[in-house]
Design a protein around this ligand. Structure first.
Ligand SMILES: O=c1[nH]c(=O)n([C@H]2C[C@H](O)[C@@H](COP(=O)(O)O)O2)cc1CO
Length: 209
């Protein structure tokens, strides 16, 4: 017997109208007829649940990484994703200029004759934007996934907002004064901060197949 009868029986695809419809209208049917069924398709017809899914921490840091890609900062793109105790995303943000203050008008440079001519006086940090974008009444008990360790100003915001845990990816300014002050406040407030498990390099691209 040819692949037309053996493979579909194994997959149960002919018993499932949805799968059959997909097969019929997709390139897989011709592949199927030639006995070249892709392995991904056999998974989609299986009765067994997938095991190769993103861990929730990777998912939330992945969302933060995706948000970071929206940032126009030429040197450091930062993303943040706030998650409540039910593991629902309640706020996402990235670093950018304040609303209505043109991206093209304010400076993006790191240093200049005066701090007024640098980005630092203007950029809203990812954490601030994630907090401001929240879609829940409050953020008490939430965890923030952030691609860069929060600065002292952001840590103040996180503490006041009731965030209970920080998970970060990069700590590239670990020895900077702002980060030292940040850790000091988080420690005093009893908010743990942990590095994330290594994030799959292509965690964001993976979705596009
Ligand atoms: O917690 C943070 N959140 C955040 O959004 N940022 C932003 C501010 C700047 O746009 C950028 C840091 O720029 P730079 O690495 O060039 O100093 O990252 C920076 C930090 C920590 O410094």
């Amino acid at each position: 017997r040819g692949p037309l009868q053996t493979v579909p029986t194994r997959l149960g695809a002919w018993n499932c109208p949805k799968c059959f419809g997909i097969l019929k209208h997709s390139k897989f049917l011709s592949l199927e007829l030639r006995g070249q069924l892709p392995s991904s398709l056999s998974l989609s017809c299986s009765n067994r649940k997938r095991e190769d899914i993103l861990e929730s921490a990777q998912y939330f840091m992945g969302v933060a990484l995706l948000a970071a890609q929206r940032s126009r900062d030429p040197s450091t793109q930062v993303g943040a994703c706030i998650v409540n105790e039910e593991k629902k995303i309640v706020g996402v943000g990235y670093n950018g200029m304040p609303n209505g203050c043109g991206d093209d008008t304010l400076p993006w440079r790191r240093s200049g004759d005066s701090p007024v001519e640098t980005k630092y006086f203007y950029v809203c940090h990812a954490e601030l934007n994630a907090i401001m974008n929240k879609n829940s009444a409050d953020l008490k008990g939430c965890t923030i996934y952030v691609t860069l360790f929060p600065c002292n100003k952001c840590s103040k915001l996180l503490i006041q907002a009731g965030i209970k845990k920080v998970i970060y990816l990069s700590d590239k300014y670990h020895n900077g004064e702002e980060t030292v002050a940040s850790r000091r406040m988080l420690d005093l407030a009893g908010i743990p901060y942990d590095p994330t498990e290594p994030v799959e390099k292509n965690v964001v691209r993976r979705a596009s197949g």
